[in-house]
Design a binder for this molecule. Sequence first.
Ligand code: HEM
Length: 174
Amino acid sequence: MELFIGGTDSSTPTVEWAMTEHIRNPNILSKLRQKLSEKITNGKTVQEQDLPQLPYLTAVIKETMRLHPPIAYTLAPEPKSWDGFTCFVPERFLDSDIDFRGRVFSFIPFSSGRRICPGMNLGLRMVSLILATLVQKFDWKLPYEMAPEDMDITDRFGLTLRKAQPLVLILTRL
Ligand code: HEM
């Protein structure tokens, strides 16, 4: 199955960037797949009620939103606030109390205060379930024997910060 990620809402760029970072960091993809298989057993598919037990999945989504803020104009990332600013390291969020509510100025993917996104919980559930299902149920590879380092990872600036070139992956059912 060939997967093109498209769409214009704020959830889609997060899934697309998360998948892009996982292709560039296969050890993180393996770790996430392992964490999912520890909690979601017997061939089940991840469900909403499983999400609180999947802190690594949440860390991956936070790290994706840190490095690729979904809504560009408000949320330019701040290099000085983060060690290894350009590196994709979900572990930085594991023992941290930084949540999605915008209480720390360097991480406000859903804005904060009175402007905070009213769809935050729904958006997070959508991103978490889509990403977890794709990781859990499919093996991913780039088409045309392309190498991860050949991927175009430039942003396309707009209301949402999308990849300039859409991600295309070949998915095989695991
Ligand atoms: C991962 C997904 C999402 C992200 C990252 C996101 C992010 C944001 C951000 C940063 C803002 C504030 C924009 C500003 O400061 O003007 C916002 C506003 C808003 N979002 Fe979301 N959003 C997401 C999903 C959703 C969903 C699923 C819904 C609806 C079902 C939604 C509905 C809204 C609405 C109505 C506003 C405007 C609120 C206002 O101005 O009072 N969002 N979103």
